[in-house]
Design a protein around this ligand. Sequence first.
Ligand SMILES: [Zn+2]
Ligand SMILES: [Zn+2]
Ligand SMILES: [Zn+2]
Length: 325
Amino acid sequence: MAEIRKDPVSGNWCVVGYTFLKNTFVGICPFCPGNEGMTPPVIKEIKNKDGSWAVRCFPASNPIFIIEAGENKKAEGLYDKMDNVGAHEIIVENPVHNKTMSSFTIEDYKVLLELYLYRITDLKKDKRFKYILIFKNHGELAGSYIFHPHSHALATPIIPQRLELELYHSKLHFQKKDRCLFCDIVSQEIRQNKRVVSINNSFIAFCPFASRFPFEVWIMPRFHSAHFEHLNEDAIKMEFISIMLGVMKRIERLTNAYTIVIHTSPNIRTFQGQFDNLLIDDHFHWHIEILPRDQRSSKYKREDEFYVVPTTPEESAGILRSERV
Ligand SMILES: [Zn+2]
Ligand SMILES: [Zn+2]
Ligand SMILES: [Zn+2]
């Protein structure tokens, strides 16, 4: 069974001993309408007027995190580890196999957004889950082998390292200046107007000052909000969809591989009584990161939120030792 281990040197969490399965559906897409029987039973579906599904969500058949596991935190000398408790769900974004985010309609985005909001809110009810991470990989360079448009929802018993860093720095900024770091970034980007891609009343899309990838874009609300899943006003949702769609049209003109990740607040329920919950509301600010991939950038660095490794270090060492040299 896979387990989660913490590297004491970097603070990185890794999932080790996870078995990657080969895609056995050669020539048949398990996500296409008609093939629903090839996926685990559905958790949530939003239907079209004609009764067919518009988006659907089900447990991953080979989950990285498992809902039945206990936390089971253990030490091995100075090392920390725990079972891979959590959840891993697949969200099929659209019934049409070869639609991509630039060809989604407003209606397509609406139902997808509803499903995202619902899954985050629902998974956050489980106190064992510290973080709910929604992301999608599009294109083989981004690590996706099923072309049909889909995203992953991961509920993790740890906070992914990139989030931990964002929370740390935004908290420092708030303590020093009594202001939200992200709100400050938004106002500076508007003032400087050098990196803005598009803007409307409620959202801004811009290339971040220290971009990790060419054409990296962040979409951020211009109003302060820590929780993506609190996006509930229809007019604001429409503004979000319109900026997202515009950005995706531009991105897909330039690249056919990208990762999109939603960075929302951690699960405040988990931290009740342990941490300054209120502070997270004040200093964190949700946003979407769009990370295009190209040959160069993928070769050097994949911006994974955490590492998933099939071979345990004990096995690796055994295999290396057994090589005759
Ligand atoms: Zn398909
Ligand atoms: Zn803010
Ligand atoms: Zn972020």
